[in-house]
Design a protein around this ligand. Sequence first.
Ligand code: PLP
Length: 489
Amino acid sequence: MTEKTIFELSRPNRKGIRFPAPDVPLAELPKDFLRENLPLPEVPENEVVRHFTNISQLNYSVDNGFYPLGSCTMKYNPKINEETARLPGFAHIHPLQPVETVQGALGLMYETQQWLGEISGFDAVSLQPAAGAHGELTGVLIIRAYHESRGDTKRTKMLVPDSAHGTNPASSAMSGLEIVQLASDKQGNIDLKALEAECDDTLAGIMITNPNTLGLFDENIVEACQLVHDHGGLVYGDGANMNALLGVYRPAETGIDVMHFNLHKTFSTPHGGGGPGSGPVGVTKELAEFLPSPVVAMTSEGDEQNPAFYDLLVPEKSIGRVKSFHGHFGIVVRAFTYMICLGKNGLLGVSTHAVLNANYIQARVKDVYHIPYERLCMHEFVTEAKWEDAPGIRALDISKRLIDFGFHPPTNYFPLIVHEALMIEPTETETMETLDAFADALLQIADEAKNNPDILHNAPTNAPFGRFDEVKAAKDLILRTQLPENYGS
Ligand SMILES: *Cc1c(COP(=O)(O)O)cnc(C)c1O
């Protein structure tokens, strides 16, 4: 990595800006606030532009290449979403304005709640949670509040399948419930026998991800929901994988009681680097009164003379606020733009193409890469990236080598029940040529793994950095340029 910091580019008296002559009377500055020596970099304008343009290009993004990061749904984000989110009527309003003055924004939120309800089959939706994990916490708190409102205080056990995303046990634990892990069966579905064994009068509910994190549609979903309901529990749906289901399957119809959406996955809003996201929660009518407050309601439908009127209401037994103001409104504008641009048939096309693309790559590589649960996949699939005749090779080596081919690596080592997992999610927005180029790269890498493993161990060789200490990179993140020692003294 040769990129210099802005401080290293600095030379005394080189200047990027010139201050205009003052057009107000000069005044004495308060002495206490002045410093003798302010270590600012001294760099001319063109060098500043080049410096920041060059470092911005070190980032990999969906806008410069294929990003098959399973579970994250890194689809292309249409630029019209950004334009609508910046419209002054959406961007320049304040959350404390009286509702009469922000009817357009409330109308957009109301319509988004309606669209999400229609897509999922749920009767009521809150847009408040800030991301998927936050939606899970909200949903689990609603399940708790439901049992408590019935005086059913023994129900403290939440079942979480062993294939679940780590946020599922984390959000249950945060809400104060006790977590019991549930095994998957040989087909990668919820094991109904194991589930039945846990069904008793302490059962608060179960968290089900469908399609699950193996990219498989859970064939036992109806029976699993029925079993849990028969024993007085409720079913939480992790809706992060809705990209496979739009227009095809409505989770509420198979018995799920409460579910979050990831607007920043399924509905094309930017994510990565920790946000901002949006994790709306949908519920059946039995749970609507527990939703976080406020929800947007249409209090008058309007007629030919008067537009509809929207207001913010507090549901009767609300669990309270889970986020300041109204959630991440700018993300909701982007997601709503995406939905209305595509319409009903367009959304159906999203999911059918997402599933087709994943199956296409799976079919192209499955004779070389072991697929532990070989079924038709949904929008993503998981391979076990290891071979007996390539002993020193791990999934991580394959991922690092993909960087040399210009691709972002897939998700590594998740789900935990597959050793050396590579989780590949192409999304619907890629061309056949890109899918083929990626499959070709995977096949070539498998060949190198057996015949020339050092190429993989040394990869990546054409990236700005080689291999990181990944733990240090995650735990000791440095997000700003550090001032060199003794700089400017
Ligand atoms: C991404 C994801 C989550 C968490 O969503 P965030 O928005 O990242 O908090 C939960 N479950 C699954 C299956 C996911 O893929």
